[in-house]
Design a protein around this ligand. Structure first.
Ligand code: SF4
Length: 457
């Protein structure tokens, strides 16, 4: 008897358009003051993640590990976890240890919160102040989601394990999502411009983009403080950025358990999304938009008028992390560029609807939005489209080269260019810079492929 095979018996991933879940958690923990990220798993995982983060941020990134081997895979990793915690607390003098799991420790079923409770009952610390650091645990099975899922899980863990009922203090909580250190600095600046005190969580704007120091700091300065995290319950509101967050996000937790009103907004990229952020800041502060920010908005509109002739009618393929793709798609649609394909390896379930929402009324033909795909699938779809430009992280370089179109780098990881951590994409100023980068990529590409080369434009 013969059987006709009509579909593959298995589905493989070729060049994933996402990274592993604990990597995102480690990044989020780098945004807490005095925190040491700790991976409960084998050493290779920590090495891979350190390597990845260092290549993008170009800063030393220490990630401790419980360094499991074959024996612990069979008998459990509890003793290694406890020993590793003693080492990292005594060596680093950390105020916080962010403990993320890996594929291995999730598969063998280690009860990390239970092991941490045992550790707290048994352990002795030799930190300068003799205080036990805050130990935050987050389950991050790498097969359970993307690095962005791990990031959001860690933010939820730090907020839900530390924030407490607190008297009203008039500040706001700002949960920015997975954006660049330059974007974090920008968000802090605009919030301050309205006179608002913001707890930015996480804030790795300094820890992962630090000034040169004469001596190496194991835990670089910067990050949201423990006190800020604990006081989040007294804020007048939480602003949480991102269309594709998990159903139980840190912002929704603060609203549900500590009655902090939540304002959910997309990443402020493009005029519509930036206007929404500034509207929220006006309402929360009771102040008008400062003149300098109004001027930035005006300059952005002027650049749209000047630049439309280079962009109108162009088509783009955008790929990467869900919220970054959604933000870029909305902005390109405002500029007259058709986001022909919006693709992500994430799978929040919210991506197609978010793309439809941000492009509504701006595109004649709906953008094709696909989630849970790898670069093999993105390549197949992109070849059919024949776009004018690719917008995404460094992982699309080979595809851009094959298609012979420029790649404008945004998001994470950016390994093949310098300054990925300083790429600004948010707010009016970041939107302006992204617009300039896109137009200049198109102009440079045209100059390179036409024999006349340079000309007045
Ligand atoms: S996918 Fe799993 S095994 Fe690989 S680095 Fe991530 S946690 Fe470690």
């Amino acid at each position: 008897m013969t059987r006709e095979i009509t579909s593959p018996d298995y589905v493989s991933t070729t060049n994933a358009c996402k990274l592993c879940m604990p990597l995102g958690a480690c990044l989020a923990f780098k945004g807490v003051e005095g925190a040491a990220p700790f991976l409960h798993g084998s050493q290779g995982c920590a090495t891979y993640m350190r390597r990845y983060l260092i290549s993008h941020f170009r800063e030393p990134v220490d990630i401790a590990s419980s360094s499991l081997g074959e024996n612990q895979a069979i008998f459990g990793g509890g003793p290694n976890l406890k020993k590793g915690l003693v080492n990292v607390i005594n060596k680093y003098g950390a105020k916080v240890v962010g403990i993320a799991t890996t594929c291995l420790t999730e598969t063998i079923g280690d009860d990390v919160p239970g092991l941490v409770r045992e550790f707290l009952a048994e352990a002795k610390v030799e930190t300068p102040d003799g205080q036990m650091p805050a130990l935050i645990t987050v389950p991050t099975p790498a097969y359970g989601g993307s690095h962005v899922d791990g990031f959001h899980a860690a933010v939820l863990a730090m907020v839900s394990q530390l924030a407490q009922p607190t008297p009203a203090h008039g500040g706001v909580n700002l949960l920015p999502g997975f954006v660049s250190p330059a974007d974090l600095r920008r968000l802090a600046t605009v919030t301050r411009a309205y006179g608002l005190r913001a707890a930015l969580a996480p804030d790795y704007s300094r820890t992962l983009d630090a000034p040169a120091m004469a001596t190496y700091e194991a835990l670089p300065a910067g990050g949201v403080s423990l006190n800020q995290l604990r006081a989040m319950g007294g804020a007048k509101a939480t602003i949480e950025l991102g269309h594709c967050l998990p159903g139980r996000s840190a912002g929704s937790w603060l609203e549900m358990y500590l009655n902090v009103p939540l304002r959910s907004l997309g990443l402020p990229m493009g005029v519509r999304a930036c206007d929404a952020l500034h509207q929220a800041l006006r309402e929360l502060s009771g102040r008008d938009t400062p003149e300098e920010i109004e001027l930035e908005r005006g300059r952005l509109i002027d650049a749209m008028i000047d630049g439309h002739k280079y962009l109108s009618g162009k088509t783009a393929v955008i790929y990467g992390d869900e919220d970054m793709v959604v933000g870029v798609a909305g902005w390109l649609a405002e500029l007259g560029v058709r986001p022909a394909l919006c693709a992500t390896g994430g799978k929040s379930g919210r991506f197609p609807a978010a793309i439809a929402e941000v492009t509504e009324g701006l595109v004649r033909q709906p953008a094709r939005a696909v989630d849970g795909v790898d670069f093999q699938q993105i390549g197949e779809m992109a070849r059919q489209i024949g776009p004018d430009i690719l917008v995404g992280n460094s992982k699309g370089y080979r595809l851009a080269r094959e298609l012979g179109v420029p790649l404008v780098r945004v998001g994470f990881p950016i390994h093949d260019r310098f300054g990925g951590q300083r790429l600004l994409c948010l707010d009016y100023q970041g939107s302006q810079e992204l617009l300039d980068r896109i137009i200049n990529a198109i102009l440079a590409h045209d100059q390179d492929r036409h024999h006349w080369g340079y000309g007045y434009l």
